[in-house]
Design a binder for this molecule. Structure first.
Ligand code: SAM
Length: 314
C-alpha cells in the first residue's frame, strides 16, 4: 500500500471512531447504525446499489451515507431509500417516548407526509441518496445490481413477499448481502418463513446488533420467490422447522423474541392453545428485548381465554 493510501486509511479510521459515538434518532440502535456505517466505509465493494427499505426519518440512510463518504470504492454509489413517508399513530406513540420526539412535536398529522422532514434531516447527504416515496408492496427495482439490501419494512406477509420478488433477483451471488432488521421482532413471523424457504440460496453470515445478515450464494429460482407467506399458507410442520432454524441463528439475548414470534405464528392461525404452550414451555424468556416475550405471553393468554369463552357459549 502506498503512503497516500495508508494516510487515507488512517484518516478514515479516525473519522469512523469519532462517528461511532454519534447516534441519529430513529428506531435503530447506535450499535446497529455503527455497523451500517462501518460496512459502507470498509466492506462495501462498489459492485451494486445500497438499498434502505423503510428509512423513516433517515437514521439508517445517514449512517450508510456517512460510511460511503469514506469509501474509495463508492465512486457514484447511491443509497436508494424507500418509504411510504406517511405518519401514523404508531409513530406518534413512539416519538412521545423519546426526548428527541419533541423535535417533531406538532410537525406531522396522522396520514400526512413526513418526507419533507426526511429531506431536511438528510440534506447534507443529498448527493448520496435517491428517495423513493412508494408502497413496497408495488415497488419495482430497475436500477441494476444490488450489493446491500437493508430491510426494515417487511411489516406484513404481502409486503415481505413483494420485497423478495422485486429486489432479491437483483442481488449478486457470492457478493450481495441482505440484512433483516425485524428478524428478532415478535410481530413479523413471516420473515422466518421466508428465510427458511430460501435457506439453500442464502448463507447466514452474522447476528448484527439488531438485524440478521445473510449472503446470497446462488441465483434464486423465480418460483422460490413466489411463495405465499400468509399464516394459512404455512403448515405447523413448517413453522416448527422454520423457527428451529431461526433460533439457532441468533444470540441468546434474541432467542426469547424469536420464540415470541413463533407463538405469534400460531396465534395468527387461531391456534391459541399451541401458542400458549410455546410461551409457557419455552426455555428462553421472560427476559427479552423490549420486553416482547411478556407482551406476547399476555396477549396470547387473553386470546386463549376469549376463544375458550366463545367456545363455551356455542
Ligand atoms: C421500523 S420503521 C424503520 C426505522 C428506520 N429504519 C430507522 O432506523 O429509524 C419502518 C418503516 O417502514 C415503512 N414502511 C412500512 N410499510 C411500508 C410499505 N408497505 N412501503 C414502504 N414503506 C413501508 C414505515 O413507513 C416506516 O418508516
Amino acid at each position: 500500500m502506498n503512503r497516500l493510501a495508508k494516510l487515507f486509511q488512517l484518516k478514515n479510521r479516525r473519522q469512523l471512531r469519532a462517528l461511532a459515538r454519534t447516534w441519529k434518532w430513529g428506531m435503530t440502535s447506535q450499535r446497529e447504525q455503527r455497523w451500517l456505517r462501518n460496512y459502507a466505509a470498509c466492506s462495501y465493494r462498489g459492485i451494486g446499489a445500497i438499498v434502505d427499505l423503510g428509512c423513516l426519518l433517515g437514521a439508517t440512510t445517514i449512517s450508510l451515507a456517512e460510511g460511503l463518504a469514506l469509501n474509495r470504492n463508492a465512486k457514484h454509489t447511491k443509497i436508494h431509500a424507500y418509504d411510504l413517508f406517511t405518519w401514523d399513530e404508531g409513530f406518534d406513540a413512539w416519538a412521545k417516548g423519546w426526548a428527541e420526539g419533541k423535535e417533531v412535536e406538532g410537525l406531522f398529522t396522522v396520514g400526512g407526509s413526513f418526507l419533507p422532514e426526511f429531506l431536511r434531516r438528510t440534506e447534507k447527504w443529498r448527493n448520496y441518496i435517491v428517495v423513493h416515496e412508494q408502497d413496497l408492496q408495488h415497488a419495482r427495482w430497475e436500477h441494476g445490481p444490488i450489493e446491500f439490501l437493508f430491510i426494515d419494512a417487511m411489516k406484513s406477509p404481502e409486503v415481505a413477499g413483494a420485497i423478495a420478488s422485486s429486489f432479491f433477483p437483483h442481488l449478486v451471488p457470492s457478493k450481495s448481502y441482505v440484512a433483516h432488521q425485524d428478524f428478532p421482532h415478535c410481530f413479523t413471523p413471516w420473515i422466518h418463513y421466508l428465510t427458511f424457504r430460501l435457506r439453500n440460496y442464502f448463507s447466514f453470515v452474522a447476528d448484527l446488533p439488531q438485524s440478521s445478515l445473510f449472503r446470497l450464494d446462488r441465483e434464486i429460482e423465480p418460483q422460490a420467490l413466489a411463495s405465499d407467506l400468509s399464516p394459512a399458507a404455512v403448515s405447523p410442520g413448517e413453522i416448527e422447522a422454520a423457527f428451529e432454524y431461526s433460533v439457532r441463528l441468533v444470540r441468546d439475548d434474541k432467542k426469547a423474541n424469536v420464540i415470541a414470534a413463533k407463538a405469534m405464528a400460531y396465534a395468527a392461525r387461531g391456534e391459541f392453545t399451541r401458542a400458549h404452550e410455546i410461551m409457557t414451555q419455552s426455555r428462553y424468556g421472560p427476559k427479552s428485548r423490549a420486553d416482547e416475550f411478556r407482551t406476547v405471553k399476555a396477549l396470547i393468554q387473553q386470546k386463549l381465554a376469549a376463544s375458550k369463552l366463545s367456545g363455551d357459549r356455542m
